[in-house]
Design a protein around this ligand. Structure first.
Ligand code: ATP
Length: 282
């Protein structure tokens, strides 16, 4: 498969936090969601992939090559805070970026601004936080990047704009040549739009692979207290009281252990994160 991004055994160590052994592949034509609790290492991973901080171990390949200035010009990046000069008007910000990106596409930028209702005459500081995110997205989409890396792009957006963004991303990868990696805490966006999930937990890789595989590898179980006999109870992840009974996560391979009185349901990504987090705290 044609990989847009390959990360192999990447590590970044800070005095009080380390990201360890991160390996992932993102093929062309797909969207990967990056999830994990606050402080799990998502931004650190993104910054290390982009060479903004130096890795202590491991390798990153973008478009089949080691990361350098040229290959980075084919990556569109959006962080949760805008790095644009506040006094610039939108049109001036475009001019400044055109100088950096030879492939800049003015027509795409114009259409994005129109779609997001951003006036080219406005100053960056006159835009709300959500509008600044939309401006950064418009920029990332306008230099014919092969990979978009977005760090919490949806956190400041209203539901309609989030929906619009997910549609935009789906259109963006449609030709099968480009990919998107985006971190978010809004897992409903991933359930709708991501093909792959990479799940970090305390700097470690808990899962990377197809979203459906992650969701099918667990189920949510609920039932009366008595039904949770010890051999079931010990297999449940993040067991907690639920009304007069219990609920928790169960791995798909353990489903055979369940008595009929315990209900099972399809699990959401949010639920996986909540119950895995509880297990750690217990
Ligand atoms: P959130 O969801 O809250 O944005 P995150 O998963 O993006 O979190 P990171 O921002 O990657 O998490 O932070 C992971 C850890 O790395 C934190 O404990 C943070 O304090 C630490 N860290 C990040 N940058 C540095 C740095 N420059 N020096 C030292 N520690 C750092």
């Amino acid at each position: 498969m044609n990989d847009i991004l390959r990360v192999n055994n990447l590590a970044k160590r800070y005095p009080s936090f380390s990201l360890e052994g991160i390996t992932l592949d993102l093929p062309a034509g797909y969207i990967m969601g990056l999830i994990g609790e606050n402080g799990a290492g998502k931004t650190t991973l993104i910054r290390t992939i982009l060479g903004m901080v130096q890795a202590d171990e491991g390798t990153v390949e973008l478009l089949g090559r080691p990361v350098d200035k040229e290959v980075l010009s084919q990556v569109g990046v959006v962080f949760d805070q805008s790095h644009l000069v506040e006094e610039w008007k939108v049109a001036e910000a475009e001019k400044a970026l055109m100088a950096f990106y030879p492939q800049w596409d003015r027509e795409t930028f114009r259409r994005c601004l129109e779609r997001f209702a951003i006036s080219p005459g406005k100053k960056v500081k006159e835009l709300s936080r959500g509008m600044q995110t939309k401006l950064s997205l418009s920029m990332a989409l306008s230099h014919r990047a092969r990979l978009l890396i977005l760090d919490e792009p949806t956190s400041g957006l209203d539901p309609a704009s989030r929906d619009e963004l997910m549609e935009l991303l789906a259109d963006y990868i449609l030709d099968g040549e480009k990919s998107v990696l985006f971190s978010t805490h809004i897992t409903a966006d991933l359930e709708r739009g991501a093909d792959f999930i990479t799940y970090l937990h305390r700097g470690q890789l808990l899962y990377t692979g197809p979203k459906e595989e992650l969701m099918e590898s667990f189920c949510l179980v609920r039932g009366e207290k008595e039904a949770f006999v010890p051999r079931v109870k010990e297999r449940v992840i993040g067991l907690r009281r639920y009304g007069s009974g219990y609920e928790g996560l169960l791995r798909a391979e353990d489903v055979g252990l369940l008595p009929p009185s315990i209900q099972r349901e399809r699990v959401t990504i949010d639920q996986i994160m909540v119950f895995v987090g509880k297990e750690e705290l217990a």
